[in-house]
Design a protein around this ligand. Structure first.
Ligand code: BGC
Length: 711
């Protein structure tokens, strides 16, 4: 439809009909009101009331949505189609590794491919919009939702955000197999205090702008269709009614003209936060701040019309919100075809198809992070092996947001080992409490694989933990196994970096497998036996202990920094008496089975002006015995500035492949844009002076060169 058609439609709509468009309800509203809980229960609709809403949450299935669409359209005076939105976060029926794992691939192209595959499945099932990517920078693994983020770094999250938006939406999300994407949670939800979910955030404006907002901006620049608000406060104002955030920054500064949706029940929560008198007040504040869709509360539906009639809310605000939603529907092509790609045949064809299962396996090859290896890995099928721990045969390792994946189809580590390496002599002890049986099996084995960590029920929304070390039962199991056999390969499952210093120290090898999705354990098995060379790098630092949190490689020099390499506690210096300052394994860190040799960094010149650029080079060589993939990382340090600057920041990444003996030259362009920050006067600018550029295989690299910005 032409824009003029949408305008004519809007003109014909009554105020009631317009407000109805801004309401989103859960699919179970249509399945029988007795199922309703939470804010939706407050709608108090008499049975049989025709439902008039603009969008539906959480429903799927081509046939079902076809019927639902017919019903909703028949109920509307202008027969406007509904948009079907849901969380397709890391795959649809085929679960891919969780986002924190995808972040650890350090490969945004892979994320794009996964989003594309997820969109193909979900759109065939009749879904139009996904609430992904989630780009909240996560520096605190107490927060269970770090699983949903690609990690701690704003720049890297921005790369992944843009890639995922491209993957879901393609060039035109109205095309077959594509869907609209909604970035969330705006903003800085990852900074919730104490890592406790739904808590407030307390960060400065500079920190917000520099360390938290860039990935949302990257999604907007990539053309994301929607933005979801966050549950937390910013500057003590809930994000859902935060005009500075939603109007000044998002709409005016960034030029975002898509739809803003609240998070689940968030307008209601504004009242509970205590920053609105009641639901009517909260609804007024939310529409004024720029929230177009009210997800599952009755705030807009019960009060907005009254506010417009009383003159406290201008009808033009409602019109703007409705127009944005009509445009989304139009871009999806729903006025021409209200079912879009929903097709039972395509659903059957694409969902959990062989190609996507293979993709789930391939993805995990790049997401698994080898953190330690004394040479025990890869294992040989000729060795006698004991596999210990409940997680080695747990199907709940796909992640809580794999809403539509059938967990019974999950390939466990045991399944993968049995199917791929039937010739291996493996004894399984699959209960964490069976310590004596485990010890016996370990005693008889050449090598022990022990699966530790958390299954999906311990991570995700609302699953915050105050102590992120291993569960006591698992510590006991590890100790007992280690007491009889030192050849222990520890595999960590879970959605957060856990604190495992003692187990890491005693393990002969340590692998972070995260929550690997439907078929990811095949890749873990292939890594264990050396068929695949691991190439993941941590996208979130792994702490020594909970007390170090929040933790990031992005640190700032204090006035009393601890000297590099000093291990002991030093009084009157910024350090802990009982823990190091640095993580156990840092951001960007991960090993492979091959030695990767980096040449010294060189630059094409060592001075630049603001409209100039410098090219940095490094040669990278595979000195090992099998092909490898390496995430070559570029970090920049601004040594002196008008405000304290991070000790280093990731600003470039290339994931390269190297055959045995192969050497490649990798280059990065450095522009003044990459050197910008908020100066002492909050101007976004690059200041003259010396910069250090480091290039290497982790955030620890000291392979560096210097250059000057001189204007
Ligand atoms: C979560 C969002 C999600 C929404 C809809 C909320 O509880 O915070 O991330 O998109 O539910 O399912």
């Amino acid at each position: 439809m032409e824009k003029s058609g949408l305008e004519a439609l809007l003109k014909e709509m009554s105020l009631t009909e317009k407000i109805e468009q801004l309401i989103q309800l859960h699919g179970n509203f249509f399945g029988g009101a007795e199922l309703l809980t939470g804010p939706e229960a407050e709608f108090n609709l008499a049975e049989g009331t025709p439902l008039r809403i603009g969008s539906v949450l959480g429903e799927r299935g081509a046939e079902k949505l076809h019927k639902l669409q017919d019903e909703i359209m028949a109920n509307q005076p202008h027969h406007i189609p509904a948009v079907f939105m849901t969380d397709v976060i890391h795959g649809y029926e085929t679960a891919f590794p969780v986002p924190i794992a995808i972040g650890s691939s350090f490969n945004p192209k892979l994320a794009e491919r996964l989003a594309e595959a997820a969109a193909k499945e979900a759109s065939a099932a009749g879904i139009h919009v996904t609430f992904s990517p989630m780009v909240d920078a996560a520096k605190d693994s107490r927060w269970g939702r770090c699983m949903e983020s690609t990690g701690e770094d704003p720049w890297l999250n921005g790369q992944f955000a843009a890639a995922m938006v491209r993957g879901f939406q393609g060039e035109d999300y109205g095309e077959k197999g594509r869907m609209a994407s909604c970035v969330k949670h705006f903003a800085a939800y990852g900074a919730v205090q104490s890592g406790r979910d739904y808590n407030v955030t307390e960060i400065s404006e500079r920190t917000l702008l520099e360390d938290y907002l860039p990935p949302y901006k990257a999604a907007v620049d990539a053309g994301v269709s929607m933005v979801m608000t966050a549950f937390n406060t910013i500057n003590r104002i809930p994000c859902t009614i935060n005009e500075h955030l939603l109007r000044d920054i998002l709409r005016k500064e960034w030029g975002f003209d898509g739809v803003v949706i609240t998070d689940y029940g968030a307008i209601n929560e504004v009242v509970i936060h205590g920053s609105s008198e009641n639901k009517k007040d909260a609804a007024e504040k939310a529409i004024k701040a720029g929230c177009d869709i009210d997800m599952v509360t009755d705030c807009y539906s019960s009060y907005l019309e009254q506010s417009v009639r009383e003159g406290t809310v201008s009808e033009s605000l409602v019109d703007e919100a409705v127009m944005r939603l009509l445009e989304l529907k139009n871009n999806l092509g729903l006025f021409e075809n209200p079912y879009k790609d929903g097709s039972p045949e395509d659903e059957e064809k694409y969902c959990f198809c062989e190609e996507h299962r293979e993709l789930s396996r391939k993805a995990q090859e790049e997401c698994t992070v080898l953190l330690k290896n004394n040479g025990i890995l890869p294992l040989s099928v000729k060795q006698k092996i004991a596999v210990i721990g409940a997680l080695a045969d747990d199907k709940e390792i796909i992640g809580t947001w794999a809403l539509f994946a059938d967990k019974l189809k999950t390939v466990t580590l045991k399944d993968a080992l049995e199917r791929l390496y039937p010739e291996a002599e493996i004894e399984y002890v699959l209960s964490d409490s069976d310590t004596e049986k485990a010890a016996l099996a370990a005693e008889n084995a050449d090598a022990v694989i022990i699966a530790l960590g958390e299954n999906q029920n311990y991570t995700g929304e609302s699953r915050s933990r105050a102590d992120i070390s291993l569960f006591p039962e698992q510590k006991i199991l590890f100790d007992r196994v280690y007491s009889v056999n030192k050849n222990v390969v520890t595999i960590l499952f879970g959605g957060r970096p856990l604190a495992v210093p003692n187990e890491a120290e005693r393990s002969a090898a340590l692998l972070e497998a995260w929550l690997p999705g439907s078929c990811g354990c095949y890749a873990v098995a292939d890594i264990l036996f050396g068929k695949v060379n691991p190439s993941g790098k941590l996208s979130m630092s792994m702490p020594y202990c909970t007390g170090q949190l929040p933790l990031s490689y992005i640190t700032f020099s204090t006035g009393r920094p601890k000297p590099d390499g000093a291990a002991e506690f030093i009084p009157f210096i910024s350090n802990y008496m009982d823990a190091p300052n640095v993580p156990l394994y840092p951001f960007g860190y991960g090993l492979s089975y091959c030695e990767t040799e980096y040449s010294a960094v060189w630059l094409d010149k060592d001075k630049m002006t603001s409209d100039d650029k410098i090219t940095a080079f490094v040669r990278v060589k595979n000195k090992g015995y099998m092909p490898l993939k390496e995430a070559v990382q570029l970090y920049i340090t601004d040594e002196k500035a008008s405000v304290v600057r991070p000790t280093r920041q990731l600003k470039g990444l290339r994931k390269i492949s190297l055959e045995v003996g192969e050497e490649k030259t990798v280059s990065f362009e450095i522009t003044a844009e990459m050197l910008k920050f908020y100066d002492i006067n909050m101007n976004y600018t690059a200041e003259n002076g010396k910069f250090i550029v480091r290039i290497g295989g982790s955030s620890l690299t000291e392979n560096k060169a210097e250059f000057w910005l001189e204007n």
